[in-house]
Design a protein around this ligand. Structure first.
Ligand code: NAI
Length: 330
């Protein structure tokens, strides 16, 4: 039996990983803490570790893991911007991930944010509960015939395009790699600048890299149509949050839907309802009446959690047996 320390473990991680642990080949040690230089020692004596989106596997953490002779990291997510891949490679640490578990889960959440903002479901829900049936302030807009620009047409971008095509939206895309399935849906590929200039609704579906960090900054927002709707279910670092707040204050951005936030690791996935939150930028964002934020729950469906757990267990067993996995990054 191999010992695997699972960082940032929640009740649902335990439930799904235990259910997927075929033949009980893995012995999980579930740890609530995020992985960081301060917590890495919790992994000592493990054969592998399993981490999530806000665990940090940087140079210092990787060196420490190598000293503990831990040479396998299984990401139970698709994005890997939180891992120093080159350092891992140089230390001989193998990294695997779950490249595709349910693009539809994130795509449906994305469209849920768009619809909630466009038809103000969140406001209507509260009003009706209080016996207020006035429609003042609830005016929406049709998605039919709206121009939607998607940045990134990989698994999630494509799944989102399919749904939006059903609504009768005009589809624009930007991605260095053209996806034939997106073209087949009638989408048009443009440069990022053109997409920003021509879209009524912009949704981000590309990974966070050095190149894409802060792709939505003041310059980008200045190019957007007045009244633009901006959605980010990808990674918080794609947006410069300070520029975003300026864009909202200037009324350039009419509606904002976020499932991710640049500094979410100090906030998301925890119940902080009894805590004073000292992130003033996040707290400012929450005050806008036209901003809707969910706490990184795009992936959070039964189907997605099942696939994530099954693939993670499979990845771990393959790498621990010294074999190569198709889900291996290095
Ligand atoms: P994918 O790898 O299938 O697609 C990403 C696409 O982005 C690729 O087609 C790539 O060519 C494109 N891309 C790369 N650089 C670009 C750039 N500079 N401009 C435009 N496009 C660019 O990834 P997938 O599965 O579609 O996931 C996308 C992102 O969604 C992930 O990187 C992750 O950050 C995020 N995600 C969020 C979740 C949530 O719960 N909110 C859950 C899963 C993923």
């Amino acid at each position: 039996m191999y010992k695997v320390t699972v960082f940032s473990a929640k009740r649902y991680d335990k439930e799904y990983l235990i259910k997927s642990n075929r033949g009980n080949m893995l012995q999980f040690d579930f740890v609530h803490a995020h992985l960081s230089a301060e917590t890495v020692m919790l992994a000592q004596h493990s054969d592998a570790i399993c981490i999530f989106v806000n665990d940090i596997a940087d140079n210092e953490v990787l060196q420490q893991l190598a000293q503990f002779n831990i040479k396998i990291i299984a990401l139970r997510c698709a994005g890997f911007n939180n891992v120093d891949i080159n350092k891992a490679k140089s230390l001989g640490i193998k990294i695997c991930r779950v490249p595709e578990y349910s693009p539809e889960a994130v795509a449906e959440h994305t469209v849920g944010l768009i619809l909630t903002l466009s038809r103000k479901f969140h406001k209507a829900y509260n009003r009706v509960k209080e016996g207020n049936f006035s429609l003042d302030g609830l005016m929406g807009f049709n998605l039919h015939n709206r121009t939607v620009g998607l940045v990134g047409t990989g698994h999630i971008g494509l799944a989102t395009l399919k749904i939006l095509a059903g609504f009768g939206c005009k589809l624009l895309c930007s991605d260095p790699t053209v996806n034939k399935d997106a073209l087949a849906l009638g989408a048009t590929y443009l440069s990022l600048d053109e997409l920003f200039q021509r879209s009524d609704i912009i949704s981000l579906h590309c990974p966070l890299t050095n190149e894409t960090k802060h792709m939505v900054d003041t310059h980008a927002i200045n190019q957007m149509k007045p009244g633009v709707v901006l959605i980010n279910t990808s990674r918080g670092g794609l947006i410069d949050t300070t520029a975003l707040i300026d864009g909202l204050k200037q009324k350039k951005i009419a509606q904002l839907g976020l499932d991710v936030y640049e500094l979410e690791s100090d906030l998301f996935f925890e119940d902080l309802s009894d805590t004073i939150i000292d992130d003033d930028i996040f707290q400012r964002l929450v005050t806008f009446p036209n901003v809707l934020i969910t706490g990184h729950q795009g992936f959070f469906t039964e189907e997605a959690l099942t696939t994530i757990a099954e693939t993670t267990v499979e990845n771990l067993i393959t790498l621990l047996a010294g074999q190569h996995s198709e889900n291996q990054l290095v």
